[in-house]
Design a protein around this ligand. Structure first.
Ligand SMILES: [Ca+2]
Ligand SMILES: [Ca+2]
Ligand SMILES: [Ca+2]
Length: 277
């Protein structure tokens, strides 16, 4: 069902008109990794689960998650709101407020895949994120536990097993807008649990993008208003820069094909001129 909704969203996106158009799409994560504060480099890039919080031994877990925004939302769109849907599948701890923060540097998702409940992770492999390294084995974080903005993008109280939604929240919306406008800065979010009471366990298990059941995998629901399709560079105005893009693609099946007939020609030029300004 989710896949169908997603496809419908893509179909709607491709049916560009000359007026601004609100739309909603649902996408899966393209990367997620759990990091474990253990004595040995420990990873979980490709397991079915991710943990967040302190375990009974006082050892911290966090997880990062990233979505390819620019691959799903057209350039120049305005993000209206965003929500992150997660499934929390195992807990023996109480109610805690979990917070989502924007990552400030890139990180890896390696092939490490722990067995069992995955609570202890497994020896890190090349390309994993770990507590100390963004990319194991030799690309450390500035701050162990991940480099992220202290500002909370969204928060949610998490207690018993079940689905949880983070957002809509202005912080998440602003993050996603920034990632659409500059995809090179899209490093996703990190989930953090309360860490001020070291003797109180707060760890809970969430399902990852590698979970066998699609309806347990993380997904991001994005509501946006598409910009003008003739605004090729997404700067909010249709002008000579966009015209130059169209002319450079004249006669080809390029991205400036506004009419969808697989050739850039006079009909596309007419549509661009009709949207001038
Ligand atoms: Ca993963
Ligand atoms: Ca433009
Ligand atoms: Ca055309």
């Amino acid at each position: 069902m989710r896949a169908v909704l997603c496809l419908m969203g893509v179909a709607a996106m491709s049916a560009f008109s000359s007026v601004a158009m609100a739309d909603e799409i649902t996408i899966g994560a393209d990367r997620d990794s759990c990091i474990y504060d253990e004595f040995f480099p420990t990873g979980n890039g490709s397991g079915q689960h991710m943990f967040c919080g302190k375990n009974n031994a006082g050892s911290q877990r966090r997880f990062m998650i990233r979505f390819d925004i620019a691959g799903a939302v057209p350039a120049g769109a305005t993000i209206d709101n965003v929500r992150l849907e997660l499934f929390m599948s195992r807990t023996d701890t109480g109610s805690f407020v979990y917070t989502l923060h924007r990552m400030t540097r890139d990180w890896g998702e390696g092939a490490s895949d722990p067995g069992g409940n995955e609570g202890g992770g497994i020896d890190a492999v090349k390309g994993d994120a770990t507590w100390d390294e963004a990319w194991y084995p030799n690309d450390p974080w500035v701050t162990p536990g991940g480099d992220f903005d202290a500002i909370v993008s969204a928060s949610q109280t998490v207690n018993l097993e079940g689905p949880y939604v983070f957002g809509p929240a202005n912080g998440m919306r602003d993050d996603v807008q920034a990632w659409l406008d500059d995809p090179s800065m899209n490093f996703g979010w990190i989930m953090v649990a309360p860490e001020t009471a070291p003797l109180i366990a707060s760890s809970k298990r969430f399902d990852s993008r590698q979970h066998a059941m699609p309806d347990k995998q993380p997904r991001l629901v994005i509501s946006f208003t598409a910009g003008n399709p003739a605004d090729f560079n997404g700067d909010g105005v249709v002008n000579g820069t966009d015209l130059a893009t169209l002319l450079a693609q004249w006669g080809t099946n390029g991205s400036a094909d506004l009419t969808g007939d697989e050739v850039v020609n006079g009909s596309d030029l007419a549509q661009l001129l009709a949207n001038w300004g």
